[in-house]
Design a protein around this ligand. Structure first.
Ligand SMILES: Nc1ncnc2c1ncn2[C@@H]1O[C@H](COP(=O)(O)OP(=O)(O)OP(=O)(O)O)[C@@H](O)[C@H]1O
Ligand SMILES: [Mg+2]
Length: 339
């Protein structure tokens, strides 16, 4: 070893096909104690890679070395015993089990085969505390929690396991700002303890905050790997999109075909205050903002799914505003919502 950083994982020539190739000659390495982000568009193969590492799906060919030894887990359990754990992208909570049972689903604390409730509750309280979920009752059914809290329980379960490699697949999708901050504190703490992490995300702001390196995956191929400090968001976006951006650009020249939807001074408390915008016919309007900024709530209010306190919505340049009180009113007016 020539003074190069110690590798927790080293992957070479990985191939995986479902009906079509999903990972193509993928090379990747993960250093001990680093956070290595993987970014790429929908369907690029990020989750598939994570699932191969954690025994959830087999590879077709290629080599994975874990601390220098060939590694090919046949199950999630086998990967976990070896020290590789993962927070899946999809919610994986079992609603009919308690919070504590969900936390220790794969490693219930037991004494001669009997699960000791007291030990489990203590361990659960500890695990929940890490993520600021002190008020959660470990005996509560997980199904009674909101999506964000369910996600946090899953993350807490993964953090509570002894890992040398931890994979987080878009863990912040359902979390709020303070919850994300708390997760990041945990990630930084684990990194200091020498845990290596793969962090899959679409969010550029997250990557520059916590990742040491970032690998761009496009159509199953590794495009690049950078130190996070020496690459710009612009460059990453271009590498993710490839030629797509250039191909799409002409369509950004919008042909104005008259007003489609106009929203004036929409207020739907607590999230939405005095929002106004107009969309032309044939136009796609992007709404950007951080979690909690009120994007979803704005759309829900327009659709009548949430109550609005004030504001008016006009369709197709009509002078009379719409009167939408429920989603059924919205559908009748010709407005659809895909949540
Ligand atoms: N079980 C499966 N059977 C068949 N095809 C699959 C399966 N799982 C994933 N795929 C396909 O493999 C490709 C890669 O999927 P994958 O979930 O790894 O992408 P991803 O990069 O994680 O995307 P996202 O950002 O949407 O999570 C996609 O085209 C997907 O449709
Ligand atoms: Mg995915």
């Amino acid at each position: 070893m020539s003074g190069s950083p110690e590798k927790a994982l080293s992957v070479s020539g990985l191939n995986k096909s479902y009906n079509v190739p999903v990972l193509k000659d993928f090379d990747f390495d993960l250093r001990k104690g680093e956070v290595h982000a993987i970014i790429g568009s929908n369907g690029a193969g990020k989750s598939t890679f994570a699932k191969i590492l954690t025994g959830l799906t087999p590879r077709n060919s290629g080599e994975v070395k874990f601390h220098g030894q060939p590694f090919n887990p046949a199950s999630k359990q086998e990967a976990s015993v070896a020290g590789i754990n993962m927070v899946l992208q999809e919610l994986n909570i079992i609603p009919t089990l308690t919070v504590a049972e969900n936390l220790f689903l794969h490693a219930l604390p037991h004494k001669r085969g009997i699960i000791t409730r007291k030990v489990m509750r203590q361990a659960a309280n500890q695990a929940l505390q890490r993520l600021g979920l002190d008020e959660l009752d470990p005996d509560q059914l997980a199904g009674s929690l909101g999506v964000g809290q369910q996600q946090l329980v899953e993350i807490a379960g993964a953090l509570a396991q002894e890992s040398s490699v931890l994979i987080l697949d878009e863990p912040t999708a359902a979390l709020t700002g303070p919850e994300i901050d708390r997760l990041f504190e945990n990630i930084k703490q684990l990194r200091q303890e020498g845990v290596a992490m793969i962090y899959i995300s679409h969010r550029m702001d997250e990557i520059s905050k916590i990742a040491d390196r970032v690998t761009v995956l496009r159509d199953g191929r590794r495009i690049s790997t950078h130190d996070t400090t020496s690459v710009t968001v612009d460059q990453l976006v271009h590498e993710m999109a490839g030629n797509e951006l250039a191909e799409r650009r002409p369509h950004l020249e919008i042909e104005h075909r008259g007003p489609g939807l106009r929203v004036e001074n929409l207020t739907a408390l607590p999230a939405v205050r005095d929002v106004s915008f107009e969309v032309q016919k044939g136009e796609i309007l992007g709404i950007a903002g951080l979690i909690g900024a009120g994007r979803t709530e704005t759309l829900r209010a327009i659709f009548g799914a949430d109550a609005m306190q004030s504001g008016t919505v006009f369709l197709s340049g009509e002078a009379e505003p719409l009167n939408i009180k429920t989603p059924v009113d919205a559908l009748r007016a010709g407005i659809g919502l895909f949540p």
